[in-house]
Design a protein around this ligand. Structure first.
Ligand code: 5GP
Length: 122
């Protein structure tokens, strides 16, 4: 799948669509999800053009991968979720219902998240 430079997160990165920023550095932008599923629901995206987890893990540089995952940990800590706990989730492709084709992880926190996930029929 080729990267669509007009996907919604690319437009957020270019400042064409506003966002509620939680954190930003050379490698990532973290912002609050527009439709939060938990009291705290933040998305972390790399600044590079990667479609999905598969694309990012295969093609991103060591520095981008390091910068990304260090930032995810920092954002979760800064949100105050280290002690109570949080969940990091990345949806890749159809079965995971990935909606936006720019790699991102969700950080869910602020509530007891239950154990893991429940698969459903398509
Ligand atoms: P996915 O299903 O691709 O893993 O999740 C995409 C997430 O992006 C969804 O939770 C959705 O609410 C969020 N989202 C979609 N469009 C926007 C937007 O324009 N702004 C923000 N902040 N979040 C968005």
């Amino acid at each position: 799948m080729t990267y669509d430079p007009n996907n919604i997160f690319a437009r957020i990165l270019r400042g064409e669509i506003p966002n509620k920023t939680a954190y930003e550095d050379d490698y990532v932008l973290a912002f609050h999800d527009i439709n939060p599923q938990t009291p705290t629901h933040v998305l972390v995206i790399p600044k590079g053009p990667y479609v999905s987890f598969a694309d990012f893990s295969a093609k991103a540089s060591d520095a981008e991968i390091l910068g990304f995952f260090r930032a995810v940990g920092k954002v979760a800590k800064d949100l105050g979720a280290d002690e109570s706990g949080y969940r990091v989730l990345a949806n890749h492709g159809r079965d995971a219902h990935q909606e936006v084709p720019h790699f991102h992880v969700h950080i869910f926190a602020g509530v007891n998240l239950g154990r893991m996930i429940k698969p459903t029929d398509r």
